[in-house]
Design a protein around this ligand. Sequence first.
Ligand SMILES: Cc1ccnc(-n2c(S)nc3sc(C)c(C)c3c2=O)c1
Ligand SMILES: [Fe+3]
Length: 324
Amino acid sequence: EEEEEISAVVNEHAVPWFPRKVSDLDTFAEKVMEMGEELSSDHPGAKDPVYRRRRYDIVQKAKEYRTGQPLPRIEYTQEEKDTWRQVYTRLRAMYPKYACREFLHVFPLLEQNCAYGPDTIPQIEDISRFLKDCTGFTLRPVMGLLTPRDFLNSLAFRVFHSTQYIRHHSDPYYTPEPDCCHELLGHVPLFADPNFAELAQEIGLASLGASDEDIEKLATIFWFTAEFGLCREGTEVRAFGAGLLSSFGELEYALTEKPEKRTFDPSLTAVQKYPITQYQPVYFVADSFRDATSKLREFNSSMRRPFQVRYNPYTQSVEVLDTK
Ligand SMILES: Cc1ccnc(-n2c(S)nc3sc(C)c(C)c3c2=O)c1
Ligand SMILES: [Fe+3]
C-alpha cells in the first residue's frame, strides 16, 4: 500500500527515472555523452590512430563492466607510464604547499596501499578496495563523460565513475576531459575522507529524481566544491577540488591573489556561471567539509521534490519516503 502510494507520487509528478539500487548503475555503462571511442577534433590525440585505438580498447572494458565483477586492470604501456610520471612528479611536489590537510593525510596511505608513485599507474581495483575500507566509496570504470544527472546520481550510492585512459603524451600538462591523472590524483584521495564522502553523497542523494534545473544547480555546486573547491585552514586557504589538485598550473593560480574568492554558500554557488576551458575567475571557499554539508542540507530542503529519499547502506539501495 505504502509503496504503491509512493510510486504514484513519483509517477504523477513525472519524476525523472533514477537508480534505486547500486546495480541499477549498470544502465549507465553505455550512456556516456561524448562516446569514449570518438575524440573531439581539438583533442591532442585526435590525429593519432594508435592513441585512438588504445582509447577504444580501454573504454570497451568499461562498457562491459557490471556491478559485482572485479574492476578491469589495465596493463599500461611505457609511454603511458612516462606521461603519468611527469604529471605525478610535478604535482606531488606541490601538494605540501597547496593541498588541504585531509588530502595530505590520505596521500601517503595511497602510496603505501595502492602503489601510488612515479613509476606505476595505480589500478582502480586496488584503489576501490582501499576506499571501501575508508568511507564505503567504490569506483566504477566509465567510458567517458556521463551526463551530470547520471554522474551525480551515482554519488548517492557512494560510487565514483573513474576513467582509466590517460591524456595524450604530446601534452602531459593538459587534458580537455577527465583522465586517470585527474581521477586518481584529483578525486580519489578525498573520497577516502569521511567528511568529504558525506558531502559528495549529499549532493548525490539530492540529485535523485531532481528536476533539470535542480540538476544544473547541484552540478554547479559539485563544480565549485569537488572540482574547484578551496577550504579555509586557520588563516590559510588550501585546495580540495580535483580540477585544482590534478592541474599544476591552476593549483598555483587558484591560491594567488588573482582570482576572486567567495565564501561557499549553496544558494549563491548553485547559480554561479563558470568556464570549462580556462582557469576559473571565481572560486568558493568552504569553512570545512562538515560546514559545507550542513549548508547544503539546508539548501536541499528548499528544493521542490515531492518525496524524500533515504540511503540504506545494508542493501545499497535508496528508499523513497512520501512527504504528504
Ligand atoms: C558534475 C559532473 C558530471 C560529469 N562529469 C563531470 N566532470 C568531472 S567529475 N571532471 C571533469 S575534468 C574535466 C576537464 C571535465 C570537463 C570534467 C567533468 O565534466 C562533472
Ligand atoms: Fe572531475
